[in-house]
Design a protein around this ligand. Sequence first.
Ligand code: 5GP
Length: 180
Amino acid sequence: MTQLFGKPLVTQEAMRSRIKELGKEITHDYQSQDLVMVGVLKGAFAFYADLVRAIRLPVTVDFMIVKSQPNQRKLSGKVKVVTDLTEEVKGRDILLVEDIVDSGLTVQYLTKLLSKRKPRSLRICTLLSKPARRQIDVNVEYIGFEIPNHYVVGYGLDYQQQYRNLPYLAVLDPKGMDAE
Ligand code: 5GP
């Protein structure tokens, strides 16, 4: 495997401790609610698995597999839902779990889609956020890390379907980082 990245942008240790904090916060906020955690695959799989185990509450797990559609995306933010939820979410408390919020188009699209199913509440939790890239003003309640505008891989995030198993987060092309 060609080494396309440098030192971690977020280490495993930093990831572990931040996810523990998020788990505590979510545990506090969702007492006596009917929590359905919706993982957005593939990118969120590693974060989701760690986060769900940091939450000390009854929780229903479910997933959506989505693919972005580059041609339509710029205009509408439309993503293709390849695999939909298996659970009924009407009247329940959805926590949408994303890997990264970049422009905000994907979470906006998914939020609209899930709202139509009449959940009691719908919030967003993301491991990463790139505020400098935001095109849509989306309300993200739980953010693991705000990161600068670089293309990152690892911890579930890919480049051409590779590097998802990297146990930390890295910038794909560290030279690009120096250039800014
Ligand atoms: P959006 O622009 O709709 O907020 O983000 C769409 C998707 O783009 C994310 O869910 C993620 O799959 C991908 N994405 C955005 N920034 C990065 C990045 O830095 N690295 C990787 N691997 N994917 C990214």
